[in-house]
Design a protein. Structure first.
Length: 476
């Protein structure tokens, strides 16, 4: 057996070892270059765009541009200007504190802008353009507060189904494609409203990546998105993803809380509620007190409230027996009616249902009295629903939880839901009893002056419903 001593290897290794570079540096002699090797490059960030850019908390004079990089990016900033080739203004981005491992989330807050104006932009890190400086990356400021303008908002209810393990990952994409087809040539969108359940099943950051940022990238880079919390926002990742104007940066009364907020857009005041994570049942809860103040202070021609849960429903959920929906009907709806809210946009049920112009119906369906609870006998399709301003002038409730899936009829349903709620209008091609539709789709809100249109568009790009609401020319 041959034995080789360990000392033998040490002597061989020493013969081929180059003197340490730092030894040369400290004894004053220049370091010798090593033939056939490459000197290490200086350490430098390698920016890698992983999300966005996307637009948040827009106002007449401001916008927030968010994006995400992987690793450690340096010198993150936003460039913007009047054309893709003239991005002559620069705003440094700040790092958003989040718990998302391996990523850095950035926010550039741009202020001092002019209303109703389109700007081109690019996001950069380490002097490298990560995205933008082209025709596809623009942001537009909101119109002057209170002044009428032609406004179009796209509402996505329960859109977050694009994940591998749902078995229907293509549905949100189909609903999106239907709307893109419908909207071709009809004009730009001013905003995107998320009605909650934006990323199944738990609203994690990774689920938001596949369900929201991967499905709507073309829209999100140029249309501000306004989020709302649903019952599938089970984690708190939502708060690291979205920047909302909780300090009334875009109008309204400061909520001081990222769960709920409001904003003005032209002559519309939007109020976004969180009836899931934040307390709402107690009239003295901060959200309830803020809601009263916010609606009382709103001066726009139109008041639109966004919330995940509907007060009336007969799809998967049945609002006479579902305690959660009963409570919303009894505790929140009267507040909205008393402040003259015009439209309540909701999701949660994966169907489309839309009400008459209503006031004062807070009980179960058998207590619905058309003569008493309808403020206009029409359905808003063949002729506009006409309403006044102020308390108890009537509101329309929309359930549009169909952006990511459609709820089929369930014969085993103990409540026998049949899309038959009497507060909801009959649709021309509605399913079952006709007061709703079990079909993929998204909702378009259009306002021009004192006229409001609501349109549900299915995944083929066809209108399922289109109603019109007109306000009388009277200001209290
Ligand atoms: Fe839901």
């Amino acid at each position: 057996m041959i034995t080789i001593r360990r000392d033998f290897f040490r002597s061989i290794a020493a013969a081929f070892t180059w003197p340490a570079a730092d030894a040369a540096a400290t004894d004053g002699r220049p370091a010798r270059s090593r033939p056939g090797t490459t000197l290490a490059a200086p350490k430098e960030a390698t920016p890698d765009l992983r999300r966005g850019p996307y637009l948040q908390a827009q106002g007449p004079d401001r916008i927030v541009v968010r994006w995400r990089t992987a690793g450690t990016a340096r010198g993150c900033r936003l460039r913007y200007g009047d054309s893709p080739d003239a991005l002559d203004r620069v705003v440094p981005a700040r790092l958003v504190p989040t718990a998302f491992k391996g990523f850095e989330d950035w926010a550039a807050v741009v202020e001092g802008l002019e209303p109703s104006r389109t700007y081109y932009y690019a996001v950069e890190a380490s002097k490298v353009i990560l995205a933008g400086a082209d025709e596809g990356h623009t942001f537009r400021t909101a119109p002057p507060r209170g002044r009428p303008a032609a406004v179009r908002f796209w509402a996505l209810g329960d859109c977050g189904t694009n994940r591998v393990d749902t078995g229907n990952p293509g549905k949100a994409v189909a609903a999106r494609n239907g709307f893109r087809k419908f909207n071709r040539g009809r004009g730009p969108l001013d905003g995107i409203l998320l009605l909650g359940d934006n990323a199944y099943s738990h609203g994690t950051d990774a689920q938001y990546q596949t369900a929201l940022f991967s499905v709507y990238p073309d829209e999100l880079r140029s249309i501000p998105v306004w989020p709302c919390i649903g019952n599938h926002e089970l984690t708190d990742d939502y708060f690291g993803i979205f920047t909302v104007p909780e300090r009334a940066e875009a109008g309204g009364v400061p909520s001081g809380c990222p769960n709920y907020y409001s904003f003005d857009y032209a002559n519309i005041h939007f109020t976004v509620l969180d009836l899931w994570k934040a307390e709402w049942r107690d009239p003295d809860a901060p959200q309830r007190r803020w809601l009263e103040r916010d609606l009382a202070a709103a001066r726009g021609d139109w008041l639109v409230v966004v919330n995940h849960f509907p007060p009336y429903c007969d799809g998967k959920y049945e609002s006479d027996h579902n305690g959660y929906l009963v409570e919303i009907r009894e505790k929140i709806l009267p507040v909205l009616e008393a402040h003259g809210v015009d439209l309540l946009l909701t999701g949660h049920d994966h169907t489309y249902q839309r009400s008459y112009l209503l006031d004062g119906h807070h009980g179960a369906r058998e207590t619905f009295d058309p003569a008493r609870h309808r403020k206009d006998a029409g359905d808003g399709r063949s002729a506009p629903l006409v309403k006044g301003h102020g308390p108890h002038s009537g509101l329309v409730v929309v359930v549009t939880g169909t952006a990511g899936g459609e709820q089929p009829a369930n014969p085993a349903d103990p409540h026998g839901t049949r899309l038959a709620h009497p507060a909801m209008v009959k649709l021309p091609h509605g399913d079952q009893e006709g007061r709703g539709m079990r079909r993929l789709g998204t909702f378009l809100l259009e306002v021009e002056g004192l006229t409001l249109h609501g349109t549900q568009v299915d995944h083929h790009g066809e209108e399922v419903d289109r109603f019109t609401l007109v306000k009388r020319r009277y200001r209290p």
